[in-house]
Design a protein around this ligand. Sequence first.
Ligand code: ATP
Ligand code: MG
Length: 382
Amino acid sequence: MRPLAEALRSRGVVVCVGPGGVGKTTLAAALALQGAALGRNSLVCTIDPARRLASALGLAELGNLARPISAAELRAADIRLAAPVEAMMLDMKQSWDELIARSAPPQQRDRILANRFYQSLSSALAGSQEYIALEKLWELHASGKHQLVVLDTPPTAHARDFLDAPARVIDFLGTDTAKWLLKPALRGAKLGFRLVGLGGNLISRTLSGIVGGQTLADLAAFLLAMSSLNDEFQERARAVSALLASEETVVVLVTGPAAERREEAVRFHQSLLEQHLNVAAVVVNQVHAGVGPEEAAASTRLPEPLRGKLERTISEANSLAQADAHGVRVLREAVAPTPLLTVPRFPGEVHDLGALWRAGAYLVADATPRETLAAAAAAPGA
Ligand SMILES: Nc1ncnc2c1ncn2[C@@H]1O[C@H](COP(=O)(O)OP(=O)(O)OP(=O)(O)O)[C@@H](O)[C@H]1O
Ligand SMILES: [Mg+2]
């Protein structure tokens, strides 16, 4: 059985990671559909999906609400599932608000929610987007409503940026800076001024690195309000880390076939392994398929100049396919023994349920689908 089919059948969490624009959101949705086809009650949690993809999934707005993908739409696309499938769009701001509302004592809650620093937290605090996505994942998984949760992630150039987020929250909260700031003895109106007054010393330099343009006074007020949450946060961040590292979770690294993506993918893969994560597969998406000999033969029946034009197009397509097939071979060796799967580049975008289904089939099918065979046929020495 293909490694991802195995993961979809047996694991509780699949996290799709990778650089920008490679197809993480698309393949996360495709995997949830395949999970449901394999009989698992599935959920895909998307981040910032393209509008047409969101509408195909039945998602009109953000709001952390999971909604069933319409049974009628699935039938219309001839997709038969053995279990229900739901989709949601992660709302970062709402997730942070919910986290604060859940963890803060009532008297601190409003103070935190109204704080200017808190309000720009998602952009100001390094890794907070990543952190909240993982935190939401933990919550979705813990709720036990779905047997399989597929998490899409924000684009990250480095695997560490994403999967390290809980560890960084723990690290930051454990630093002397944070402890010093959060020490209840320091509570008081003067703290903000004292911080600002510290000028160029280590603490304020560390802090400016973290908060960017925000004023230290705002940050001080925020951290004071948050001090009551420190233990809660650390505990939760540890639980999130533990879920990621557990047998329940697998990571799928999505990348593209272009040569410049290759080194990046190898580094990304290496860093996932260093973090002891279970990498189920590297998926090279949007691989140029090339034109098989049967299809190419059709051009011989055409009159000139059509025939010449078509032959040039076919030859260009086959050069692209050969370059991609070479890249895939090199990458496959570099990431071995992690399995590498390919998904061809479809004509047009992958925005409807039918296309999502076809893309997903490449990740779980036992037989090599036709497009991949065509690419292999076009490759030299294949
Ligand atoms: N196999 C494919 N063939 C053709 N188009 C594809 C394929 N996979 C994805 N796409 C298209 O590529 C675009 C980017 O895909 P997607 O949004 O899933 O990438 P992403 O990695 O989530 O991007 P971001 O990092 O910006 O979140 C979309 O328009 C999608 O329809
Ligand atoms: Mg995306």
